[in-house]
Design a protein around this ligand. Structure first.
Ligand SMILES: Nc1ncnc2c1ncn2[C@@H]1O[C@H](COP(=O)(O)OP(=O)(O)OP(=O)(O)O)[C@@H](O)[C@H]1O
Ligand SMILES: [Mg+2]
Length: 215
């Protein structure tokens, strides 16, 4: 599977060759230099981008246009909260889009509590720090219990201790579930917590041996 983009009239491969299998319960760190294709790969996996060669299929999840946000949740690298909505409303969105049954307010409150965000529930995104926005985006990703979570550098704007706390909370929340997690990261401490390492090198995905990449 691959994805090319036209750049200055030339077709450039953001993802040249990626062959992978993601299984229920997997914990994967997606590492690689800036520009190596990590975000593009996650967008392809989420169905936001379409491969220009090959295909991604999700035999256990269904058709590509039914994946987001119920079955696959994506935490974007760049800020992605909806500006006019409060933290509560942003986190409730996946549940509203899925016509979820039950007490949405309670589900949102419980999810905010996982990341220690209770006090920010009524704030607007513009009132948050970058790191707080990232944590709210993470809460929004997990609130609907998706089958796959794709998180694009979710601790990139956090100090080390906060980043570790967020990851601890996420891993504890997913413990014992069959939710698969793929985290793109430059932080080897994050990669160390995952079972598998996918390394992107100039658009080529390699399943790396953790010991060889120094993780
Ligand atoms: N929409 C686009 N149009 C043209 N080129 C693109 C587009 N999106 C990504 N690219 C190119 O594809 C390559 C891979 O980009 P990508 O964002 O996937 O890298 P990355 O590994 O996530 O980098 P970083 O660690 O900096 O986030 C880059 O060379 C980038 O310029
Ligand atoms: Mg990226």
């Amino acid at each position: 599977m691959g994805r090319c983009y036209p750049q200055s009239g030339v077709s450039v491969a953001a993802v040249a060759c990626a062959t992978f299998r993601l299984q229920a319960g997997d914990r994967v760190a997606l590492v690689g230099r800036s520009g190596s294709g990590k975000s593009t790969l996650l967008h392809l996996m989420a169905g936001l981008e379409v491969p220009t060669s090959g295909a991604i299929t999700w035999p256990a999840l269904g058709a590509a246009d039914t994946l987001l946000p119920e079955k696959i949740a994506l935490v974007f690298q760049s800020p992605s909260l909806l500006e006019p909505l409060t933290v509560n409303e942003n986190v409730a969105l996946p549940l509203l889009m899925a016509n979820a049954n039950g007490d949405i307010g309670r589900a949102v409150a419980n999810t905010l509590a996982i990341f220690g965000l209770e006090n920010l529930a009524l704030k607007l995104p513009e009132e948050l720090s970058g790191g707080q926005m990232q944590r709210v985006a993470m809460a929004r990703a997990i609130v609907g219990n998706p089958r796959v979570i794709l998180a694009d550098e979710p601790t990139g704007q956090l100090d080390q201790a906060t980043g570790r706390a967020v990851l601890d909370a996420l891993i504890a929340h997913l413990a014992g579930t069959q939710t698969a997690l793929v985290i793109a990261t430059h932080d080897l401490a994050v990669a160390e917590r995952m079972q598998r390492v996918w390394q992107m090198e100039q658009g080529i995905l390699i399943e790396a041996d953790k010991r060889l990449v120094g993780v």
